[in-house]
Design a protein around this ligand. Structure first.
Ligand SMILES: [Zn+2]
Length: 267
C-alpha cells in the first residue's frame, strides 16, 4: 500500500526536493545563506536538477567552485538534520540557527580540509549575510548590463520576501555608458522603489564590489562620476529601519543579470 508522507512543517507531500528546497522553511534558510535566494527560482525545483546546476560553479574557478559545493552540502545536511530533530521531537530549529550551524560546520571543515576556503559572496559583506532574517525583511538583487559594441545598456532588480518569493521585478533599457554608473543607478532606483512600497527592512545585493565598498566607506572614495549617486544611496538608506548592502558573485546574481540582459535585447 502506498502511503504518502507529509511535510512536518507545512503539510505538503514530503519529497527530498520539498524538504531541502521547496518548503518555505528551506527557502528561508537558503534566503539567509551566503548563496542568497537566486538559486531557488520556483517552488517546484527538483533536487537532482539543482545539483546538476552546480556544474556552472566551475566557471568561478576551482577553489571558489569547491567552496560553493561544500557550502551547499553543509546547508543541505543541516536542513535535513533540523527536519529529523523536529520529526523525532528533539529540537525545533529556527532558520537562523540552521544557517549559523551550517556556516560553523563549513568553516571548521574548510580550516581542517581545505586550507581556509573563503565563504562565497561575503568578501565585503558587513554585516554578514547570515544574520537573522526577520520576517518582513526584503532582499533585493540589483544588476546592470552594458554592451559597448552595441552601445546598449540596461538595468534590472528583483525584490523577494523572507521566503524568497518575488515581490517585485523590474528591468528596462537605459542610457548609461559606464557600467559603474549603471550598477549605481540600479541600486538607487531599487531603493526608491522599496521606499515607495513601504519596505522597512531591506538587504540590497549587488555584484559590484567597488560600489559596495564606496557605500560602506560613506561615499568618500567614490569616483567623481558616481559620487552624487552614491551619496543618494547613503541618504536613501536612512529611510529604512534596517538596510544592509552585500556583495555577491556575478554567478549568484545571475537571475538579475539575465533580467538586465533581457532588457538589453529590447529596442
Ligand atoms: Zn514543507
Amino acid at each position: 500500500m502506498f502511503m504518502q508522507i507529509h511535510c512536518v512543517r507545512c503539510g505538503e507531500c514530503e519529497t527530498i526536493s520539498h524538504v531541502l528546497l521547496g518548503c518555505s522553511y528551506a527557502r528561508a534558510v537558503w534566503f539567509g545563506s551566503p548563496l542568497g535566494s537566486n538559486y531557488l527560482l520556483n517552488a517546484n525545483l527538483d533536487f537532482s536538477d539543482w545539483v546538476s546546476a552546480w556544474k556552472s560553479f566551475s566557471t568561478l574557478g576551482k577553489k571558489e567552485s569547491k567552496s560553493l559545493i561544500t557550502l551547499c552540502s553543509f546547508f543541505y545536511w543541516h536542513i535535513w538534520l533540523s527536519r529529523n530533530d523536529l520529526v523525532f521531537g528533539r529540537k525545533t530549529w529556527q532558520p537562523n540557527e540552521v544557517i549559523s550551524a551550517a556556516l560553523r560546520a563549513f568553516h571548521e571543515y574548510s580550516v581542517v580540509h581545505m586550507a581556509g576556503l573563503s565563504t562565497p559572496g561575503t568578501s565585503v559583506a558587513s554585516p554578514p549575510q547570515w544574520v537573522v532574517l526577520v520576517v518582513g525583511t526584503v532582499k533585493c538583487n540589483c544588476d546592470a548590463s552594458f554592451s559597448a559594441s552595441f552601445n546598449k545598456a540596461s538595468m534590472g532588480f528583483v525584490c523577494r520576501d523572507h521566503n524568497s518569493l518575488p515581490l517585485k521585478g523590474f528591468s528596462c533599457p537605459s542610457s548609461f555608458s559606464d557600467i559603474m554608473v549603471g550598477e549605481t543607478l540600479v541600486v538607487r532606483l531599487a531603493m526608491q522603489e522599496m521606499v515607495a512600497n513601504g519596505f522597512e527592512r531591506v538587504v540590497i545585493e549587488s555584484d559590484s564590489k567597488s560600489l559596495i565598498t564606496y557605500i560602506e566607506n560613506g561615499g568618500g572614495a567614490a569616483p567623481f562620476h558616481v559620487k552624487t549617486l552614491v551619496d543618494d544611496i547613503i541618504y536613501l538608506s536612512l529611510s529604512f529601519v534596517s538596510c544592509s548592502f552585500v556583495c555577491i558573485s556575478r554567478e549568484i546574481n545571475s537571475v538579475t543579470d539575465s533580467l538586465a540582459r533581457r532588457a538589453l535585447s529590447h529596442d
